[in-house]
Design a protein around this ligand. Structure first.
Ligand SMILES: [Zn+2]
Ligand SMILES: [Zn+2]
Length: 135
């Protein structure tokens, strides 16, 4: 199984997972764009019982799609959203893919809310790719 340990930007929050993910997805919805400050979110869904987290967490509750509640868990020091618990996915922890120490194995299999995707996403293959910042 892949290495599923990770944490927040400052390192105060650390987690590990003892089993394979249930599903890996990306979500283009506007809430996920706001939450990440980016074009979409990568989510690694794991079983609650396989998930261990250390460090203080701050919780923010909001209404997701279909009015079901979502609780986003972030580090109070560096504000990284580390994972989400959602009423729509009972018993699951939705880890923000970017918080993994090693995301090299990650191949999301599901794309959600594609209707809200930023228009450039579809032309991704036409982008000029840089390995790092261009100089
Ligand atoms: Zn932190
Ligand atoms: Zn979303």
């Amino acid at each position: 199984m892949p290495n599923l340990s990770g944490g927040c930007l400052c390192g105060d929050v650390r987690y590990s997972v003892s089993n394979d993910p249930v599903v890996t997805s990306i979500c283009h919805c506007q809430q996920c764009q706001k939450q990440t400050g980016s074009a979409f979110v990568e989510v690694v869904a794991v079983n609650e019982g396989d998930f261990t987290v250390q460090g203080n967490l701050q919780s923010f509750t909001y209404a997701g799609d279909s009015r079901r509640k979502k609780h986003s868990k972030s580090c109070p020091r560096c504000s990284t959203t580390v994972f989400i618990e959602a009423e729509g996915f009972p018993g699951r922890v939705l880890i923000m893919g970017g918080t993994l120490d090693d995301p090299s194995w990650l191949r999301p299999t599901v794309a959600l809310f594609c209707e809200a995707a930023q228009p450039w996403i579809a032309s991704e293959h036409e982008m000029t790719e840089f390995l790092r910042m261009p100089t």
